[in-house]
Design a protein around this ligand. Structure first.
Ligand code: ARG
Length: 482
C-alpha cells in the first residue's frame, strides 16, 4: 500500500518540485521534542474519530479500524518500539502515517475536518492540563512539608528582618507559613489558568472552520474539556483557536511567579545555613563538597533553584516575544512554543519535588514518619534575635499604653537604644533605674514586654506571629490541604 506521508517530499501534494535538504528538514522538524505529546495526540484523535463516526462522516468500520490501529500505536510507543521518523516532521504526521500503514484508507480519513493547526493546539492543551494537575499536587506536597516543620516551631524565635536589618522577633513557624501563603496562591493561580487551558480548539480546522457537520461539543465532552458547570468548553472562534497561545504564556507566567517564590525561599535557606547565621542545616544529600576546601558543604540545590528561576522567567519572555508580532492565524513560529513550555514544566516539577523533600524530609516506612528534612537550630535563632534591639517597638508600644503619643514614645525608645548600644547591652538587660531615666512611667512590668516571647505573644491579632494565631493558621492550612 502506498503511503504518501512516508515520503515527506510528497506529503503535501504534487505541487512541490524539489525535496527538502537534510538541513532544512532538521530545521523545520519538531518530532524529536514534540513526540512527548503522543498520548494527547492519540487521545484527541480517538475523540475526533468517534465524533466523525457518530455524525456519519466516517463509517463505523473506519472508526473501528482507527481505534484498532491507534491501540497498537499506543502500545508500540509505550514499549519504545515505535519508529519516529524525522522525515515525517512532527508527532502528528508520524502517528498518522503509521496509522495509515496499519489500517489503510481508514487512517487517511482521520484527518477529515481537522488540520494540524487545531490538532497541535488541542494536543498541547491536553498535555498541559495533565501536567498542571500534577503541579497542583506537588504544590500541596510542598505546603504540607512547610506546615509540618512549622507545627514544631511555633515557639522558636528568630529575628524578623526588614532591609535585612533585625526588625522584630517572629516565630520560625510564622516565617515558614509566609511561604505557605505564597504557594497556596500559586496553586490557586494554576487552578485558574487551568480553566483557560482546558478549552477545545479541535474542529477549527486550518483557520476558518470546516464544511463537515462536526459536533465539537461532543469532542469537548469526551476529552473532559468542560467548564465549572460541566458544559463543554469549546474555543468559539476558529482563527483564535488555532493561533492563540496565551494559555501557554499564562501558565509560564504562573510558573515564573512560583519559581520566584522558590527562589526567595532558596535565598533564605542559603543565608540560614551559612556559618554567620547557623539557623538551619539541610541534609547532606542536597549539598556538595568543594574540590579544594575540605570543610565546605555547599547549598547547591537551593542555589540551582535560584538559578533555574532565571531559566523559567526566560521561557516566559521567549513565549511573549514569540507571539508579539504574529499575524492571525497559525504561523510556523508557534512550533517554538513547545521547548520553553516543556522545560518550564520539567523545571517546576523537579524543583517542587526536591523542595518538599529537602524541607520536610522523606517518608520512612520503618519509623512511620518523615525524616531527613531541614534541621533547625533554635538556640542560634534565639541568639540572633537577642541582638539588634528587636523588642524596641515593644517598649514604644508599652509607653503608648501608659498614655504617651506613639511619636513621643518612638523618640524615648531611640534614646534608650542609643544608651544600651553604648553599654553593649540589650534593652532587657538595662536595670529598671536606667530605663526610668528615659521615662518615669516605666515600671517593673516593662520586662515582660522586652522579652522575645513577650514580644511574640503580644502580636495576637489575625495574621500576627503570636503562637496562638500561628496555631490557628496551621489548623486552617491543614484543613484546606486535606
Ligand atoms: N509541528 C507543528 C507545530 O508544532 C504542527 C502544526 C503544523 N501546521 C502547519 N500548518 N505547518 O506547530
Amino acid at each position: 500500500m502506498t503511503n504518501q506521508l512516508d515520503k515527506k517530499s510528497q506529503a503535501w501534494s504534487a505541487l512541490f518540485s524539489e525535496p527538502m535538504s537534510e538541513l532544512v528538514k532538521r530545521y523545520t522538524a519538531s518530532v524529536f521534542f514534540d513526540k512527548r505529546l503522543w498520548q494527547a495526540d492519540i487521545t484527541a484523535s480517538l475523540a475526533h474519530a468517534e465524533m466523525l463516526c457518530h455524525q456519519g462522516i466516517i463509517s463505523a468500520d473506519d472508526h473501528a479500524s482507527i481505534a484498532r490501529g491507534m491501540a497498537q500505536i499506543q502500545n508500540d510507543i509505550a514499549a519504545g518500539t515505535f519508529e519516529w521518523k524525522l522525515d515525517l516532521e512532527d508527532v502528528h504526521l508520524n502517528i498518522e502515517a503509521r496509522l495509515t500503514q496499519l489500517v489503510g484508507d481508514a487512517g487517511k480519513r482521520l484527518h477529515t475536518g481537522r488540520s494540524r493547526n487545531d490538532q497541535v493546539a488541542t494536543d498541547v492543551r491536553l498535555w498541559l492540563r495533565g501536567e498542571m494537575d500534577l503541579i497542583i499536587e506537588l504544590l500541596a506536597d510542598l505546603q504540607n512539608s512547610l506546615v509540618d516543620v512549622a507545627q514544631l516551631h511555633t515557639e522558636t524565635i528568630l529575628p524578623g528582618f526588614t532591609h535585612l536589618q533585625v526588625a522584630q522577633p517572629v516565630s520560625f513557624a510564622h516565617h515558614l507559613l509566609a511561604y505557605v501563603e505564597m504557594f497556596a496562591r500559586d496553586a490557586e493561580r494554576m487552578h485558574d489558568v487551568r480553566k483557560r487551558v482546558n478549552r477545545l480548539p479541535l474542529g477549527s480546522a486550518a483557520l476558518a472552520g470546516t464544511t463537515y457537520p462536526l459536533d465539537r461539543e461532543r469532542v469537548a465532552r469526551s476529552l473532559c474539556m468542560v467548564d465549572e458547570d460541566g458544559h463543554p468548553a469549546v474555543c468559539q472562534n476558529s482563527l483564535d483557536a488555532v493561533s492563540d497561545r496565551d494559555f501557554a504564556m499564562e501558565f509560564t507566567a504562573a510558573a515564573s511567579i512560583c519559581m520566584v517564590h522558590i527562589s526567595r525561599l532558596s535565598e533564605e535557606l542559603i543565608l540560614w545555613m551559612s556559618q554567620n547565621f547557623g539557623f538551619i542545616r539541610i541534609a547532606d544529600r542536597f549539598t556538595t563538597g568543594s574540590s579544594i576546601m575540605p570543610q565546605k558543604k555547599n547549598p547547591d540545590v537551593p542555589e540551582l533553584a535560584r538559578g533555574k528561576t532565571g531559566r523559567v522567567v526566560g521561557h516566559l519572555m521567549g513565549l511573549l516575544t514569540l507571539m508579539k508580532a504574529q499575524p492571525l492565524a497559525y504561523n510556523k513560529d508557534n512550533q517554538e512554543d513547545k521547548e520553553p513550555l516543556f522545560d518550564t514544566v520539567d523545571t517546576l516539577k523537579d524543583t517542587l519535588r526536591i523542595f518538599s523533600e529537602m524541607v520536610g524530609g522523606q517518608w520512612n516506612a520503618t519509623s512511620g514518619k518523615k525524616d531527613g528534612g531541614i534541621t533547625v537550630h533554635p538556640s542560634a535563632m534565639q541568639a540572633a534575635a537577642q541582638k539588634g534591639y528587636a523588642t524596641a517597638t515593644d517598649l514604644a508600644d508599652y509607653l503608648v499604653k501608659k498614655g504617651l503619643p506613639f511619636r513621643d514614645a518612638h523618640e524615648v525608645v531611640a534614646h534608650a537604644v542609643k544608651a544600651a548600644q553604648s553599654l553593649g547591652q540589650d534593652l532587657s538587660e538595662l536595670p529598671l533605674k536606667t530605663l526610668q531615666q528615659f521615662h518615669a512611667e516605666i515600671s517593673e512590668d516593662v520586662f515582660a514586654c522586652l522579652s522575645l516571647s513577650g514580644s511574640l505573644n503580644a502580636r495576637n491579632t489575625l495574621g500576627g506571629t503570636a503562637p496562638e494565631q500561628v496555631l490557628l493558621q496551621i489548623a486552617r492550612h491543614r484543613q484546606r490541604l486535606q
